[in-house]
Design a binder for this molecule. Structure first.
Ligand code: FES
Ligand code: FES
Length: 128
């Protein structure tokens, strides 16, 4: 499998690796697995409760280079975005940015699912 330069860059220098405290009210956590290959991705957002803007993001991914690159990219993209904007992110944008080949498209879908799950989790904590 030939990886694109952008995948290799994110794989070798992953951005925003780590975790936030799941119990923190300002944190949303998305944990998803890919049935196709068994890879697991955890993506977390830290939200400013008064503005609804995502201020920070972290990820941990046990998976292939494309899955790591996809989650690293998403943590960069969602910073400064609203929850709606983050939930709107499409895997096709990730796949295009990283020039993923067809067999690696599901890795970008994992990242889309993970950010959506993180936004959902945050929203569930804040239903009044
Ligand atoms: Fe999941 Fe690549 S198949 S690591
Ligand atoms: Fe399965 Fe990348 S997430 S091969």
């Amino acid at each position: 499998m030939a990886y694109s330069e952008k995948v290799i860059d994110h794989y070798e220098n992953p951005r925003n690796v780590g975790s936030f405290d799941k119990g923190d009210d300002s944190v949303g956590t998305g944990m998803v697995g890919a049935p196709a290959c068994g890879d697991v991705m955890k993506l977390q957002i830290k939200v400013n409760p008064s503005t609804g803007v995502i201020e920070d993001a972290r990820f941990k991914t046990y998976g292939c280079g494309s899955a790591i690159a996809s989650s690293s990219l998403v943590t960069e993209w969602v910073k400064g975005k609203t929850l709606d904007q983050a939930a709107d992110l499409k895997n096709s944008q990730i796949a295009e940015e990283l020039a993923l080949p067809p067999v690696k498209i599901h890795c970008s879908i994992l990242a889309e699912d993970a950010i959506k799950a993180a936004v959902d989790d945050y929203r569930k904590k804040h239903v009044s």
